[in-house]
Design a binder for this molecule. Structure first.
Ligand code: DLL
Length: 430
């Protein structure tokens, strides 16, 4: 049931003692990087001065901007000790580059093996890794983890939908790693090939890398006939394998022997109360080549206060609710894209894809939500479609408090992404 029982079920006092020891080691390593050496000195923080993991609050935050501008100044070992780099897929500015030593790669693989084992994956499984191999961490990160676990690993990569289905058939795939929006999209390919995913031996899927709702998980589980587990991570902290759902499927355990977790109020920067949504802040506890301290992820989630019946002592995060930087402001009202997804995906008439377009006309902001309708409903008469449009508009209005324009479109007509879905198109000039 456990991959590493000692660490996964460690009593909290022992876990916190381990965190303190690793935090001190991390600070010692970080002091070798020009960037952190100066930062820590300025803040007067020393490894020996820390008396508990909570004392990490004296360490200044690290931001995306720091990572972007500091480059090699963040390395705590010489460049020749590094064996790999990955880069984040940021759409603005320069990509953030993360360097890994050989040990760092091994530790990361261990965490992913532990994560997948927790959901029930075993060496007898056939694992199809449908995420991009390359600078993105989703492909290689899981690949090494699955091999470490011992599963037969198919490095399928992203996209090429018909081939994905063929691979599943040919090799009797039992476990998938897939972006949730792509999992919904792939159902169209299954249909066009006359293959029912339920007839395949699929039993597990790991879904992550982008925000998604509980309804999306349910749709994937039902259509494929498997259990889908939420997987969270970010390149700045290795990549995937920071937090993962256990069989309880109620929140993601953050591997606290490797990451120091805080949830803060992004305005006051004080700790958020348990159960309250705030910004996730993470510190590497075991990365040696390029440890990152108190990284402000911009991801919004709540710490779940109860202990988990699965027996693991590592605390859980709720589903990621959005990001501090993805909030839209429309006519002065704050809107998180996940609110829109929650409303849409709860409606059986709505298909797999939608797009939110923001425009400005005569100083007036407009939001148009283009929604793909499931084929069987799209065939209905105009009167029916009008009433469906009204139903969606009202549901969105009561959630968002502004009235969007809703446009119903035919299935498979909105732009697709084989990677992370692009749901928002903001055409307003800044
Ligand atoms: O997306 C790492 C990853 C790969 C995670 C495969 C899971 C599976 P980045 O490209 O650096 O790394 O993007 C990180 O994606 O800060 C979140 O905003 C978002 N994200 C990742 N996982 C989830 C998730 C990878 N399960 C950024 N739910 C993060 C919601 C997620 N958002």
């Amino acid at each position: 049931m456990y991959w590493d029982k000692t660490h996964e079920t460690m009593p909290r006092p022992a876990l916190e003692a381990l965190q303190l020891e690793r935090l001190r080691e991390t600070l010692r390593a970080a002091q070798n990087s020009p960037f952190y050496k100066e930062r820590l000195q300025q803040a007067g923080v020393t490894p020996e001065g820390l008396g508990s993991p909570g004392d990490a609050r004296a360490i200044p935050f690290t931001t995306k901007e720091d990572l972007r501008t500091q480059g090699l100044g963040l390395l705590s070992r010489p460049l020749e000790d590094m064996v790999r780099l990955h880069a984040s897929s940021g759409t603005t500015g320069q990509a953030t580059v993360i360097y890994y030593t050989r040990e760092d790669i091994a530790t990361w693989a261990e965490l992913l093996a532990r994560s997948m084992y927790m959901t029930g994956m075993r060496a007898s499984d056939v694992f199809q890794n449908m995420m991009g191999y390359g600078l993105f961490t989703g492909g290689l990160g899981f690949h090494y983890g699955a091999e470490r676990l011992g599963a037969l690993t198919i490095p399928a990569g992203a996209g090429n939908s018909r081939r994905q289905v063929q691979l599943m058939q040919q090799f009797s795939t039992t476990a998938l790693h897939i972006i949730p929006s792509y999992a919904l999209y792939l159902l169209v390919t299954f249909e066009s090939m006359g293959v029912d995913p339920q007839d395949l031996p699929l039993r597990l899927a790991f879904i992550g890398a982008e925000p998604h709702t509980e309804d999306v998980r349910c749709r994937i589980e039902e259509a494929y006939g498997l259990k889908a587990f939420n997987s969270y991570g970010l390149s700045e902290l290795n990549g995937p394998g920071v937090a993962f759902e256990c069989p309880e499927q109620n929140g993601m355990h953050v591997w606290e022997d490797h990451f120091l977790l805080e949830v803060i109020n992004p305005r006051t920067l004080e700790p958020a109360a348990p159960g309250e949504v705030g910004e996730v802040v993470l510190t590497n506890l075991s990365r040696r080549g390029m440890p990152v301290l108190r990284y402000r992820t911009r991801d919004l989630a709540a710490l779940l206060p109860e202990t988990c019946p699965c027996g693991r002592t590592h605390r859980r995060l709720s589903r990621i609710q959005g990001r501090t930087d993805d909030m839209l402001i429309l006519k002065g009202v704050n809107i998180f894209p996940m609110q829109i997804e929650r409303v849409l995906m709860a409606m059986p008439e709505v298909g797999a894809n939608y797009l939110v377009e923001l425009t400005r006309e005569n100083f007036n902001d407009l939001m148009t939500v283009k929604v793909e309708v499931q084929q069987e409903f799209f065939q209905e008469d105009l009167k029916y479609l009008k009433s469906l449009q009204k139903k969606i508009t009202n549901a969105l209005k009561s959630e968002l408090l502004v009235t969007p324009l809703v446009e119903l479109v035919e299935p498979q007509t909105l732009p697709r992404s084989e990677g992370k879905a692009l749901r928002i198109a903001d055409h307003r000039e800044k």
